[in-house]
Design a binder for this molecule. Structure first.
Ligand SMILES: Nc1ncnc2c1ncn2[C@@H]1O[C@H](COP(=O)(O)OP(=O)(O)OP(=O)(O)O)[C@@H](O)[C@H]1O
Ligand SMILES: [Mg+2]
Length: 1009
């Protein structure tokens, strides 16, 4: 074990213990100071020795007591238990000494103890390195427990109880209001040692989970047993990380053995037992002779003598040694004088003879658990046993964790059995048993398997934690998911196990693991080395120990070595053990490593990651810059990410003093968030707030560029309840503002954005003209104005021109323009414009080839779905509805348009400029499925909206639909509606619509007029 005190502070999960002498001040007066000093010294040494015995650290002497920490500097997975055992021991030892003082001096002494577990910052604190100590709320609460405790008692909090329950006997004292704690704390009195000795005892008490998998391992054990039955002694060592199921595997196997009449004896190692020599051997012998814990000495001796003499009368000679070793020395038969080595050798030999008698008929099964905690003496005895038991009917089973290698590894009768984590299907079965099969739990097994790496202990603890924290509702075996589990923390029990494993690493390896945890789930070797600042040799050594220890694995060897965490929980714990400051420095180093090592071509795709490291590294301005880059890159292909990243830029910049750059970033981040308002939705208040803030900053800085864009966001963009003519005025003003700024990009972008207003006003010439202006400004350089409002201005311009050609009935030219536009949109990675172009292609084809049109519209919906952009998705669905109507798929059409409406409504505050257009589609679909009355109502409403807002592109279409709906419902005013549709369509030059009107009129027939 490595005991070096770290010079760096760390966050640690520990248990803190305070013990003092109560009433010592009064006592001090009664006693001569010199005498008093002696008493106190003795008192302190009782406390301190006990702390040391359980491998805790005395943090400080408090004047009349001590403060001790368990689990730091070296983490112990059972820190809470150690503190409790130490407390029990202290109470006993102090009581003994107090009784002595009472008898001899008439002094009254008692001690009080307070215990609490949780996170602390531990390390050398104070001038010039200082001494090792722990600070944090956890410490304060432990001290409060001490002042709360009655004399002669130890009190502990719910936090310690959670870790120690079962192992210790706790008496619930109820909830207490504690100064400094935000809510009442549940307090327990430590009443004694509990029933449970091991994790499995605890599991048994709670009810074992269903045993899953392990068929292969059970078969291997079965084979070993058969060999032993045949007189070929065998030893098997099951090795695996904590919690994988070594003990449980044995438990299941032993049950089978016992039922077949095999005699089984067990010994169990204890995490704090290394300091107690020969504990496993003693346990084994007690179990072998059937001696209970509090057996009277004489009776114990009888049992020992009885059983051994029955085996072989020659044991008579060894009885004194056995009695002595087992702690029941016979005063009449003293042990002969011998050196400790000789004594140990004799004992090993006795042990061999006891278990290894060749003539024994029955197979003997010895199980030694947790050999990684074995003391040297026991290990030597076990080695002797393995050497000497050949040819007998004996099976010895060991288990241990990977950090231990048994010295008899090479022995012929020994076989090591590596226990793998549970398979995915086993995890699923275990989860079904623990949590049940409610449909809300579907898909939970994946992330839990991932997170726990198939470790059944972690799985059990996580399920329990999820239930306790309210993620799961119901009861064991029948839970429902109450909320998503993404943000669930690591259970303290699991944290204790993992932190202890991490702490056993040498300091380079530990540091490397911590750095890796900051860098990511999977890290490149070079970046890791750079961020860790280790030289090649140290790096290689540390990496090897991490891979061998099962912390990391090589996820890829070529072209670069990639290392990945074996399970995410290790990463979480390693991450959590670092101080915020140190972690921040590593984040910053990670960002620098990425920038330095990666090719600049990859910067775009890595920008979000780099930005994140910089942000967490506290390099705010750089983080804002890289976030902006990432946001641009996410752009219209990932609008949700883009919105999130722009928000991040805004928040980062808010922490910085204002200068030219930060002011620009502050404005842009807001403007660009507003860009997504009409695409994916945003509440009106938020839009107004962002616009107000942006305007304030831009005006203050006389930033015409931003003011123009702001006007786009507040008056020009789609998604507002525009009134047609006003909309055009706003467009003209914005174009003017942009022209005044003289920025080519802005001039192009604003024209692109404004063009849509002309289209909705059915001003096809105006539409073409503004697009031509835009295309002229852009010229051959597709990047001009790109990504500001629209992804690719050229693609959008060509598409718009295609729409105008269509109205001029030049269908071939229109199709050619759409095709060109689509190619450019795809080449420029602008899926949004591509989606609109596909809709237009579908509408163009709809008369000539309804099937092809339908196919394009369907595909478009599919592709646009992935975009996550509500505006385009809703549009694509409306377009599909239209194609479906023409193809006479009426039910489908109704479904599509209703979905289109629903999506839009859910995300946006208003129906937007397409409200009337969607309405008339829905009316048509309703009429077509025979719901004429409803259809008529919806058509009237759609026509009204279009008329009132002067949306001239959609208005005549809505009137045509109204004519149709009236005809179908047998209502009046069919002819008037037709006439109005025709008048407006003719005025605007909506020629394709005129064709529809003619056709429709002919179908409905002159009789109607
Ligand atoms: N195959 C299994 N099926 C169902 N539950 C299992 C299985 N294996 C182990 N468990 C459960 O997982 C928990 C941990 O198992 P166990 O105590 O055997 O681990 P271990 O490998 O002995 O760990 P340690 O090294 O800490 O002693 C127990 O509650 C046990 O019941
Ligand atoms: Mg075990």
């Amino acid at each position: 074990m490595h005991e070096t005190v770290k010079d760096e502070a760390e966050r640690k999960q520990v248990t803190v213990l305070f013990a003092d002498v109560s009433g010592s001040m009064d006592l001090a007066e009664q006693e001569d100071p010199e005498e008093w000093r002696k008493i106190m010294q003795r008192f302190f040494s009782i406390l301190a020795d006990t702390v040391t015995r359980f491998e805790g650290t005395v943090d400080k002497f408090t004047g009349d007591g001590i403060m001790a920490i368990f689990g730091a500097p070296v983490a112990h997975e059972d820190h809470a238990r150690r503190a409790c055992y130490a407390a029990l021991q202290m109470l006993d030892d102090v009581a003994e000494y107090a009784a002595e003082l009472r008898r001899a001096k008439g002094l009254n002494f008692s001690t009080r103890i307070g215990i609490n577990s949780g996170e602390v910052v531990a390390g050398a604190i104070g001038e010039g390195g200082g001494s090792y100590t722990a600070i944090g709320h956890t410490v304060g609460l432990a001290q409060r427990m001490e002042s709360l405790a009655e004399p002669g008692k130890a009190y502990l909090t719910e936090h310690t109880a959670k870790l120690a329950r079962g192992y210790l006997d706790l008496r619930d004292l109820g909830e207490f209001e504690i100064k400094g704690a935000s809510r009442p704390v549940q307090v327990f009195e430590l009443a004694g040692v509990g029933e449970a000795r091991s994790r499995l005892d605890l599991a048994r008490e709670r009810g074992f989970s269903r045993f899953v998998g392990r068929e292969r391992e059970l078969a291997r054990l079965e084979e070993a047993l058969e060999r032993a039955n045949a007189g070929e002694a065998a030893a098997v060592g099951v090795v695996a990380e904590p919690g994988i199921g070594k003990s449980r595997l044995y438990l299941e196997f032993l049950e089978r053995c016992r039922s077949e009449g095999v005699e089984v004896f067990e010994a169990q190692g204890q995490a704090h037992g290394k300091s107690i020599p020969f504990m496993p051997i003693l346990q084994m012998l007690r179990s072998f002779f059937g001696i209970a814990d509090n057996e009277p000495e004489q009776q114990a001796r009888e049992k020992i003598a009885g059983r051994s003499l029955l085996l072989d009368p020659a044991f008579a000679e060894d009885l004194p040694l056995m009695f002595d070793f087992l702690g029941v020395p016979d005063p009449e038969r003293p042990v002969p004088q011998m050196s400790p080595e000789a004594r140990q050798r004799s004992l090993a030999e006795v042990l061999c003879r006891l278990v290894g008698k060749p003539s024994r008929r029955q197979t003997l099964l010895l199980v030694f658990e947790d050999l990684h905690w074995v003391d040297e003496g026991s290990q030597a005895m076990l080695s002797g046993l393995i050497e000497g038991f050949g040819g007998t009917r004996t099976l010895v089973l060991f288990n241990y964790r990977p950090e231990y290698t048994p010295p008899w590894q090479a022995s012929e009768c020994f076989e090591a059995l590596e226990l793998a984590p549970l398979r995915r299907e086993d995890t699923r079965e275990l989860l079904h048993d623990l949590a049940g099969e409610d449909p809300s739990l579907d898909g939970l097994d994946e992330p839990i398997h991932e997170r726990t790496g198939g470790n059944p202990f972690f799985i059990e603890e996580i399920v329990r934690e999820l239930a306790e924290a309210g993620y799961l509702e119901g009861e064991r075996g029948a839970y429902r998911l109450a909320r998503p589990i993404e943000d669930a923390g690591v259970p303290v029990t699991v944290q204790a196990v993992l932190a202890a494993r991490i702490d056993r690493l040498d300091s380079d390896s530990k540091q490397l693991l911590q750095v890796a945890s900051v860098l990511g789930k999977e890290v490149g070797e070079e970046a890791l080395a750079m961020a860790a600042g280790l030289d090649a040799e140290a790096m290689e050594r540390a990496l090897r120990s991490l891979v061998e220890g099962g912390f990391l694995y090589e996820a890829q060897l070529y072209p670069e070595r990639l290392l990945a965490f074996r399970h995410p929980l290790t990463r979480e714990v390693a991450y959590g053990t670092q101080l915020a400051e140190q972690r921040a420095a590593t984040h910053a180093a990670a960002a620098r490593a990425l920038i330095k090592l990666e090719a600049p071509e990859r910067y775009d795709e890595l920008s979000a990651l780099i930005a994140d490291h910089l942000r967490q590294g506290g390099e705010t301005l750089e983080a804002a810059r890289w976030s902006a880059r990432a946001a641009h890159w996410a752009g219209h292909s990932r609008p949700h990410d883009a919105l999130r990243l722009w928000r991040q830029v805004m928040e980062l910049v808010a922490e910085l003093p204002e200068d030219e750059e930060t002011a620009a970033l502050a404005v842009h981040s807001r403007l660009l968030q507003l860009q997504y308002a009409w695409r994916i939705g945003m509440s009106r208040e938020e839009q107004e707030r962002l616009a107000g803030e942006a305007e304030e900053i831009a005006t203050r800085n006389e930033d015409l560029h931003s003011l123009a864009l702001l006007k786009v966001a507040t008056a020009v963009r789609p998604g507002l309840d525009h009134y047609g003519p006003d909309w055009l005025v706003a467009v003209r003003e914005t174009v003017e503002l942009a022209d005044r700024s003289g920025d080519r990009h802005l001039r192009a972008a604003v024209r692109g954005a404004g063009a849509y207003a002309y289209l909705c006003n059915a001003d096809f010439d105006g539409f073409e003209q503004i697009l031509d202006e835009m295309l002229e400004i852009v010229g051959d350089d597709g990047s001009v104005g790109a990504g500001i409002v629209l992804g690719s201005p050229i693609a959008w311009g060509l598409m718009g021109k295609g729409m105008v050609r269509r109205e001029k009935l030049e269908f071939e030219e229109a199709e050619e323009l759409f095709e060109r536009a689509l190619k450019i949109a795809l080449d420029e990675d602008d899926p949004e414009t591509a989606s609109w172009i596909r809709s237009n292609l579908a509408s163009l084809l709809i008369r000539r080839d309804p099937e092809a049109a339908l196919a394009i519209a369907r595909r478009n919906v599919e592709l646009t779905d992935r975009l996550g952009d509500v505006f385009s998705r809703s549009l694509a669905l409306s377009n599909l509805a239209w194609a479906q109507l023409i193809a006479e798929e009426f039910e489908g059409a109704l479904e599509s348009v209703e979905e289109s409406e629903r999506l839009y409504r859910e995300a946006m505050d208003s129906g937007g400029e397409m409200e009337g257009w969607r309405g008339q589609l829905r009316a048509r679909a309703l009429v077509s499925v025979g719901r004429e009355e409803e259809g008529l109502e919806v058509a009237e409403e759609a026509a009204r909206i279009c008329r009132e807002r002067a949306m001239l592109w959609a208005y005549p279409v809505a009137m045509l639909t109204l004519a149709r709906a009236r005809a179908a419902a047998g209502a009046d005013g069919v002819a008037e509606a037709f006439e109005e549709a025709e008048r407006v369509a003719r005025e605007c030059g909506a020629t394709t619509l005129l064709m529809d009107i003619e056709e429709e009129r002919a179908q409905i027939g002159p009789g109607v007029y």
